[in-house]
Design a protein around this ligand. Structure first.
Ligand code: SF4
Length: 710
C-alpha cells in the first residue's frame, strides 16, 4: 500500500548561492521502500517566493541511495565507526606530535552547513593549532571577499535581491545568471517586464543565455574588466557624475584611484580598442551608468576567477563609492556567490586567512578574543595555507595528513593531475563524502560516509546574506553521519571532548551566534547575537533572515552601509587605485586558444547528484567545446564532431558546438564532467595553478590550449 505524503518540511535548496526555499513532502513508496520526494518552491522564502529553477525542482529525483558511501572504510576495508574515528584521531595526533600542527590540513566545502564549518574551524584553529583549513570557496568567492575587505574593512555584501528589482540599470559582469543563478535571473526578468525602462547590460566575453534579457552586451576581451571600470570611473568624473559630498564624508582614496584610472584610460577609442568592443556600444553603457543613480553591478566568477580578481572587484566598487551608489535602494556592488553556503562558511571563518565571526589573524586582539571564547589550548596565530598552496605543501611533503570533506579537489582544483599525484603520495588522506566513487575518494586511505541534504539539519547563508535552515526530512543510509558529528567525535578522541560535546546542530549554531557577539562593543555590528540563546524549538521554526541580526537590527538587515559608516579603522570606505593586469597565461604559438570554463544550466559541481535524472541530463548530456565558426573551420572540425583541447598539463575531449556568440580565439568548456563520466573531460587538468596574489583564487577561466580534431 502506498502511504500518503508527510507534513510539509521547509528547507533550502542544496545547489546554488541563490539559496531558494523549498517545501518538501515525503512518503514511503515502491518495492524497495525508498522515499518518494515531492519538492516545490517555498512561498515563504524571500529568495524565491515559491519559484524553483529546473535543477531545484528536480532535487527530489536525485536523492536515491545509489552511489552513496555506506560505510567507514580503511584501505578499502569496511570498518566500524569506532575503528575509523580512532584511526583518524590517532594518525592526526601522531603526525602533529612528530611534525607539528602545520603538518596537517583540512580542505572543506561550500556545501558544508554553517555548523559543520564552525566545528571544523574550531577544531583545527583552536585545538590542533594551525589555520591550515581552506575550502573550495577559495575557487569561487575569495576575490570578492578580499575586494569587500579592502573597500569596506569587512567581508560584507551591501545589497539585497530586492535591489535588483528596484534598480534602473543592472550591469552583470562575468555572470551568466540565466544558467548559474536562474531564480535571480528570473527575478530580474520579471522586474524588467513590469518596468521596461529598466536597463540590463551584460559584460562577458561570450554571448550567453543571460544576454537574451540584455539591452546591451559588451563582449570584452577576457580579463580587461578592471580597465573597463577604470574607464567608467574616469568617465563619471569627466561627466560630473561624482558625488563629491559622499566622497568627502564617507570615503578615502578617491583622488589616487581617479588619477590611476585616468592614466590608464586614454580616450574612449583607446578604451574600446583595449577592451575590444565597439565604441558606440561602450559609449552607450558609459552614458547609462553616468545618468542612472539606481545602479547595481552584479558580478560573479568571470570577475573572481582571475589572477587580478581582487583588483577587478575593487575597480567595480570604486565606481559605486565615487557616486555614492551604495547603501541605497536599488544601488550597490553585488557579488553573487556560487555555492549554497559559501557565505555561511565565511561567517564562521571558513578560509585559511579568516577567524570566526569576521575576525582576522592580522589583529592580535581578535586572536585573543576567539582564544578566550573557545578556551582554546592551541590557538593558531597566523594565516594558514590557501587551497593552491595547501596542495602544493601536500606535494612537497610539508603537509603529511589531509582531511578532505565534501569536495572533490582531484576534479576541481587547477592543475588537477598534480593534485592527484600529491594526494597519492601523501602519508594520510581522509575523505569524508556522501558519494563512494569520486576522483578524490579514489586516492583516500580512510573514507568516512557523510549524511547529505535532507538527512541532517543546518544553516546556510545565501548571496544576499539571508540565513535559512536546511532541514532533515528523511533518514539517510544507516551508517552515515552529519559532518559536525564526525568532526566532534574525532575531536573527542584527540582529547578535547568537553569542548565538542554537541548534541545537535542548534548547540553549534547557538555557540556561533554567541561568539559573533562575544566582547563585541558594537564595532563589529555584523553579528547574529540575537540567536545567542536560540532553543531547539526556535531553531526548527527559524524563518529566513538577513544578517546582521542583533539588538540594533532584531529583524535582520536588508541593506548594509545605509549610514555611510564602514568597518575600516577610519570608518570610511576605501577607493583603491587599480592598475589593470591581464591574465597571467600568455598566448603562444603552440597554444593559441583561450580556454574558458564554466557551468551548465542543469548541472551542479561534479554531477554526483544532478546526473542521476534524465531530465537534467537532457539539457547537455556529454562534454562539449564551444567554438567560433572561423576557429572551427581553421581547426577542421564541424558541429557535432569531437575536438581535442590540450596543453602541457592535460587533455580535454568534447563535442564541437559552433556559435558566433563565442569570441574568435576563445573556446568554452563545462566544468562538471569527471573521470566517473568520461575519460578526458576534467577541464581543471588543463588549468595552470596561477592565483590572485591577494585572494589566492585561481585563474580558472583563462588557460591556453591547442585544438585539433579527435
Ligand atoms: Fe536551487 Fe539555485 Fe535553482 Fe534556486 S536558483 S532552485 S537555489 S539551483
Amino acid at each position: 500500500p502506498i502511504s500518503s505524503f508527510s507534513a510539509a518540511v521547509e528547507t533550502t535548496c542544496p545547489y546554488c548561492g541563490v539559496g531558494c526555499g523549498m517545501t518538501v513532502q515525503t512518503r514511503e513508496a515502491g518495492l524497495e521502500g525508498m522515499s518518494e520526494i515531492k519538492v516545490s518552491g517555498s512561498r515563504r522564502h524571500p529568495a524565491n517566493y515559491g519559484k524553483l529553477c529546473v535543477k531545484g525542482a528536480a532535487a527530489g529525483e536525485t536523492i536515491g541511495f545509489d552511489g552513496r558511501m555506506l560505510h567507514p572504510q580503511i584501505d578499502g576495508r569496511i570498518v566500524g565507526w569506532e575503528t575509523a574515528l580512532s584511526d583518524v584521531a590517532n594518525n592526526f595526533k601522531r603526525i602533529i606530535e612528530e611534525h607539528g600542527p602545520d603538518a596537517v590540513a583540512f580542505y572543506v566545502s561550500g556545501q558544508f552547513l554553517t555548523e559543520d564549518y564552525y566545528v571544523a574551524n574550531k577544531l583545527i584553529k583552536g585545538f590542533i593549532g594551525t589555520a591550515n583549513i581552506d575550502t573550495n570557496s577559495r575557487l569561487c568567492m575569495a576575490s570578492a571577499v578580499a575586494g569587500y575587505k579592502r573597500a569596506f574593512g569587512a567581508d560584507t555584501v551591501p545589497c539585497s535581491y530586492e535591489d535588483l528589482e528596484q534598480a534602473d540599470l543592472i550591469t552583470l559582469v562575468g555572470s551568466n545568471a540565466a544558467w548559474a543563478h536562474p531564480i535571480v535571473y528570473q527575478r530580474i526578468a520579471a522586474a524588467k517586464k513590469a518596468r521596461p525602462t529598466m536597463k540590463i547590460v551584460v559584460i562577458d566575453p561570450r554571448r550567453t543565455a543571460t544576454c537574451d534579457l540584455a539591452d546591451l552586451h559588451l563582449p570584452i576581451r577576457p580579463g580587461c574588466d578592471a580597465a573597463l571600470f577604470n574607464g567608467l570611473l574616469a568617465y563619471l568624473s569627466n561627466n560630473e557624475a561624482i558625488d563629491q559630498d559622499y566622497i568627502a564624508r564617507h570615503t578615502e582614496g578617491f583622488e589616487a584611484a581617479l588619477e590611476t584610472a585616468q592614466l590608464g584610460q586614454g580616450d574612449l577609442q583607446q578604451l574600446a580598442r583595449d577592451c575590444d568592443v565597439e565604441v558606440d556600444a561602450l559609449q552607450t553603457w558609459l552614458d547609462w551608468a553616468t545618468q542612472t543613480p539606481k545602479m547595481v553591478t552584479l558580478y560573479s566568477q568571470g570577475v573572481n576567477q582571475s589572477t587580478s580578481g581582487v583588483d577587478k572587484s575593487n575597480a567595480i566598487i570604486n565606481c559605486h563609492l565615487a557616486t555614492g551608489r551604495i547603501g541605497k535602494v536599488g544601488a550597490g556592488p553585488f557579488s553573487i556567490t556560487g555555492q549554497p553556503n559559501a557565505m555561511g562558511g565565511r561567517e564562521v571563518g571558513g578560509l585559511a586567512n579568516q577567524l570566526a565571526a569576521h575576525m582576522d589573524f592580522n589583529r592580535p586582539e581578535d586572536i585573543e578574543r576567539v582564544e578566550r571564547f573557545w578556551q582554546a589550548p592551541n590557538m593558531a596565530r597566523q594565516n594558514g595555507l590557501k587551497a593552491v598552496d595547501m596542495f602544493q605543501a601536500v606535494a612537497d611533503g610539508r603537509i603529511k595528513a589531509i582531511w578532505i570533506m565534501n569536495t572533490n579537489p582531484v576534479a576541481s582544483m587547477p592543475d588537477a593531475d598534480a593534485v592527484k599525484r600529491a594526494l597519492q603520495a601523501c602519508d594520510y588522506v581522509v575523505v569524508q563524502d556522501c558519494m563512494q566513487h569520486t576522483d578524490t575518494t579514489a586516492v583516500a586511505k580512510v573514507l568516512l560516509p557523510a549524511a547529505t541534504w535532507g538527512e541532517t539539519d543546518g544553516a546556510v547563508t545565501n548571496s544576499d546574506r539571508t540565513i535559512s535552515i536546511q532541514r532533515r526530512f528523511m533518514a539517510g543510509p544507516e551508517n552515515t553521519r552529519p559532518d559536525w558529528w564526525i568532526l566532534s567525535q574525532v575531536a573527542e578522541r584527540m582529547g578535547w571532548g568537553a569542548a565538542f560535546n554537541y548534541r545537535s546542530a542548534v548547540d553549534i549554531f547557538r555557540e556561533h551566534a554567541r561568539l559573533s557577539g562575544f566582547e563585541n562593543d558594537g564595532a563589529r555590528d555584523f553579528d547574529i547575537s540575537a540567536f545567542s540563546n536560540i532553543t531547539e524549538a526556535e531553531y526548527q521554526q527559524f524563518e529566513p533572515v538577513q544578517w546582521p541580526v542583533n539588538a540594533k537590527a532584531p529583524q535582520g538587515t536588508p541593506r548594509m552601509f545605509t549610514d555611510g559608516r564602514f568597518y575600516t579603522p577610519s570608518g570610511k570606505a576605501q577607493l583603491i587605485a587599480i592598475e589593470p593586469r591581464g591574465p597571467q597565461n600568455r598566448e603562444s604559438l603552440e597554444t593559441p586558444y583561450v580556454f574558458n570554463t564554466g557551468r551548465v544550466r542543469d548541472q551542479w559541481h561534479t554531477m554526483t547528484r544532478t546526473a542521476k535524472t534524465p531530465k537534467l541530463m537532457a539539457h547537455k548530456d556529454e562534454p562539449y567545446l564551444v567554438m567560433h565558426p572561423d576557429d572551427a573551420q581553421a581547426v577542421g572540425v564541424a558541429s557535432g564532431e569531437l575536438v581535442l583541447a590540450q596543453n602541457d598539463l592535460g587533455r580535454y575531449v568534447g563535442r564541437v558546438e559552433i556559435s558566433d556568440g563565442q569570441r574568435k580565439g576563445d573556446v568554452f568548456a563545462p566544468i562538471h564532467w569527471t573521470s566517473q563520466h568520461a575519460s578526458e573531460a576534467r577541464v581543471d587538468a588543463l588549468i595552470p595553478a596561477n592565483v590572485d596574489p591577494i585572494s589566492g583564487q585561481p585563474e580558472l577561466k583563462h588557460a591556453r590550449v591547442s585544438l585539433k580534431p579527435f
